[in-house]
Ligand binder design. Structure first.
Ligand SMILES: Cc1cc2nc3c(=O)[nH]c(=O)nc-3n(C[C@H](O)[C@H](O)[C@H](O)COP(=O)(O)OP(=O)(O)OC[C@H]3O[C@@H](n4cnc5c(N)ncnc54)[C@H](O)[C@@H]3O)c2cc1C
Length: 411
């Protein structure tokens, strides 16, 4: 039997892999997506806050800032074109303590530099948007919205197939092996050949890079983010999206209250070390993966630096009272008995050996110098945390351009 051959093989059926395959398929190249789970969007893409981020937070000039701003508008347009759920509600970022005011002002500056519209509000102004919120000052960001990223990913998958692309589910990739003119993708269901390969394996991207002989230079540390659903009474306290001012030491945005696209309200996510790469609860423990996280020099340094923050997050994970106190900083009328567990997602966060968290998106390309027309090139996506769901469509086009030199516009 001959080995199936494609111009591009994409590893990972999350939104980044699918958006990449979509860009490739639009150019008429043959493409296959290989996903180890039996369905698309089984991990980060299908278990997140479903917020369409505006691009407010990110350091001007970085990948995140540029791609989030483009992705915000494109995600909304994509949903409108394909009749998918999406609502542009706007959001409040609320400073509750005086020491947060300079950080709120810095967010305003970043937003301005990134071209994101935002409005500074005093208490009365914020109450006009969210009558039950408590705070000193706030920023209102009109372009933020909510959607359903699983539905978006599934639609992108449909479009890939419509353009002739293949999607192979339930097939785990073991390694990608570069040869001179192509790449062998070794899977547990047999090999595939790609002239070029893109690895978008989320929580397992570093593992796959190492198995393929590439040094990722980072390790993925899985950070679980747990959500608390609001009962009917408390849900009435939230109209749209209410965020705290984030701690600049971390790339996480802090526990926020969100009215989702289905009308239900949840708060979260916190950030606790997951005990397995796909550790969606405290009960999911994979000793080898946990040891791998704990023994990584970067994790030890991170823990030494931020143990107090880590313990606080763990406490809030294990105690509903502690979690409610965090939410009450923004919404004082929420009570512990208003909250119920509402699922979790696990972030694939790249950490360097010196203990620093990789803040921006991180791509590592091998053989993309175009001297060989990109043949035999492999591109590893090594850090695609939030807002990569928002930014996925432009990320996919940018990866295509890195591989082939071909530039596409939005659809
Ligand atoms: C709690 C949480 C909240 C978030 N909130 C938001 C938000 O509101 N807005 C936003 O824009 N972003 C948000 N994000 C970030 C967003 O979800 C991610 O940036 C985005 O989903 C990344 O997509 P991905 O395709 O890289 O990863 P994933 O969706 O994780 O996809 C990777 C895929 O690779 C597959 N895979 C892994 N190993 C292999 C292998 N060996 N062979 C084959 N397949 C493999 C996995 O099964 C998986 O399906 C959030 C993330 C989390 C966890």
């Amino acid at each position: 039997m001959t080995t199936p051959r494609f111009d591009v093989v994409v590893v990972g059926g999350g939104i980044v892999g699918l958006a990449t395959a979509h860009a490739v398929a639009r150019t008429g190249r043959s493409v296959a997506v290989v996903e180890r789970e039996p369905r698309l969007a089984a991990h980060q893409t299908g278990n997140n806050s479903n917020v369409v981020h505006s691009g407010l937070y990110y350091a001007p000039g970085g990948h995140k800032a540029r791609l989030a701003v483009a992705g915000c508008a494109e995600t909304v347009a994509f949903c409108r074109t394909h009749d998918l759920p999406c609502e542009v509600t706007g959001k409040l970022v609320v400073a509750t303590e005086p020491d947060e005011l300079p950080r709120l002002a810095e967010l305003k500056r970043r937003g301005d530099a990134n071209g994101v519209e935002s409005h500074e509000l005093d208490e009365a102004g914020m109450h006009a948007h969210e009558p039950h919120v408590r705070g000193l000052r706030a920023l209102f960001v009109p372009s933020t919205g909510v959607t359903d990223y699983r539905a978006i990913a599934e639609k992108i998958g449909e479009l890939v197939q419509k353009d002739g692309g293949e999607i192979h589910l339930g097939r785990a990739v073991r390694s990608v092996v570069r040869r001179r003119a192509d790449v062998v993708v070794r899977t547990d269901g047999g090999d595939l050949l790609g002239t070029q390969v893109v690895v978008c394996a989320g929580l397992r991207c570093d593992e796959l890079a190492r198995a393929s002989g590439a040094d990722p230079g980072v390790r993925i540390i899985p950070f679980r983010g747990e959500y608390s659903g609001f009962g009917e009474r408390a849900a009435g306290l939230v109209k749209g999206l209410i965020y705290p001012v984030p701690d600049p030491a971390f790339p996480f945005l802090g526990v926020h209250a969100t009215r989702g696209i289905d009308g239900s309200v949840h708060a979260g996510p916190n950030a606790v070390l997951a005990l397995a790469r796909e550790g969606y609860s405290w009960g999911v423990v994979k000793p080898r993966e946990l040891l791998g996280s704990l023994a990584y020099p970067g994790m030890l340094r991170l823990a030494r630096q931020h143990w107090r923050y880590g313990l606080g997050e763990m406490h809030r994970s294990l105690s509903r009272e502690a979690m409610v106190r965090r939410i009450q900083r923004l919404l004082p009328d929420v009570r512990a008995d208003d909250l119920h567990p509402a699922g979790a997602g696990v972030r694939a966060q790249a950490v360097r050996a010196d203990g620093s968290l990789v803040d921006d998106f991180l791509f590592a390309a091998q053989g993309c110098d175009n001297r060989s027309g990109g043949s035999g090139a492999v591109l590893h996506v090594l850090n695609a945390p939030s807002p990569a769901a928002t930014a996925a469509l432009p990320i996919g086009r940018e990866i295509l351009e890195t591989l082939t030199g071909e530039r596409l516009g939005p659809l």
